[in-house]
Design a protein around this ligand. Structure first.
Ligand code: ZN
Length: 322
């Protein structure tokens, strides 16, 4: 171990002198002479040469060792860590078995270990992330292979979440805002998701805005699954900026009758529509092709179109001229 000059620093002192001696500030009849004194000072550090890698390193790179002459270990920390890693790689099973046994039988060891780990977790964000990733991967694999364990994890987690939700308003607030952010982002980026929501909304308008009773699921009235409806609308040129609306308007039907409901809600009675058109042009007018539309839908789902056409004709609804 020896010392080296680590840094040479420059320190300048400024003061002024009179001819007679150092002046007192503010005193009159004194002639000041500026004078600059320059001082160098040396910053000295302890360094040591590692016996293993031969590099000269700062003393903090060495572990303390009472038995050694200078009080520091012969090898640097880096070399020791390397040696341990190598040793561990070669004797992994033996070391792990020994560790596990000690962990199981020695409560003091468990305690110190958990304290050490906590310290390391708190002070080392990289290590913390590593641990979290490891844990995630472990849980994923175990849940995939062990359904019983998976069930347990889910029930434990949902129990915890429910309890927190009930007792912790802060948690509730956070969860809600997180969900809102998630939904907004998904709505903006996930076409299938946003279409699904729009379809659900448009299917529900029949039941929400009229006295119509909803006896069956939306997909029954839609005449197909959501997936088929989504693909159908995409084939008609649906884009995220467009709305989805009914072609033959809802106000033309008598929605308390089941057959009317099925035709009005059928997926082929839907089309993508410019939001401007949808919101500002009269929605209570009929398209000129309304008779053909109703007949094709009625044929598809095996109902008689004539009573419905008669009902609509009797109302004398204005027809949109496109
Ligand atoms: Zn070394």
């Amino acid at each position: 171990m020896y010392y080296i000059i680590y840094r040479v620093s420059l320190l300048t002192l400024r003061y002024s002198k009179t001819k007679q001696g150092t002046c007192i500030r503010g005193s009159r009849n004194t002639q000041r002479q500026p004078l600059i004194e320059v001082l160098f000072y040396l910053e000295v550090r302890m360094v040591k040469k590692c016996n293993k890698c031969g590099k000269i390193k700062d003393i903090i790179e060495f572990n303390k060792q009472k038995s050694s002459k200078d009080g520091y270990a012969r090898h640097c920390k880096e070399c020791i860590a390397k040696r341990w890693k190598e040793y561990y790689r070669k004797n992994k099973q033996k070391i792990n078995a020994h560790e596990n046994e000690r962990y199981a039988n020695d409560p003091n060891y468990r305690k110190t270990l958990s304290i050490q780990r906590k310290e390391r977790r708190d002070n080392n964000p990289e290590y913390r992330k590593e641990l979290i990733d490891y844990h995630k991967a472990y849980m994923k694999e175990r849940c995939a292979n062990d359904p019983e364990f998976h069930k347990k994890v889910i029930s434990r987690s949902s129990k915890y979440q429910k309890e927190k939700w009930a007792n912790d308003p802060e948690f509730r607030k956070k969860a809600i805002s997180r969900n809102v952010v998630y939904l907004k982002e998904r709505y903006a980026n996930d076409l299938q998701f946003s279409m699904g929501l729009k379809l659900r909304y448009i299917s529900n308008t029949i039941f929400k805005t009229t006295k119509a009773q909803k006896n069956k699921k939306n997909e029954y009235y839609l005449g197909c699954s959501y997936k088929v409806a989504r693909n159908y609308l995409l084939s008609l040129g649906y884009e995220p900026s467009l709305d989805i609306d009914h072609i033959v308007c809802l106000s033309a039907f008598n929605l308390e009758i089941e057959d009317h409901k099925r035709i009005a809600a059928h997926y082929t009675n839907l089309n993508p529509l410019d939001p401007y058109y949808n919101r500002y042009i009269k929605k209570t007018n009929l398209v000129s092709t309304w008779r053909e539309k109703i007949t094709t839908i009625a044929n598809q789902i095996n109902i008689d179109p004539l009573p419905i056409i008669d009902y609509i004709e009797a109302q004398n609804i204005e027809i949109i001229t496109e």
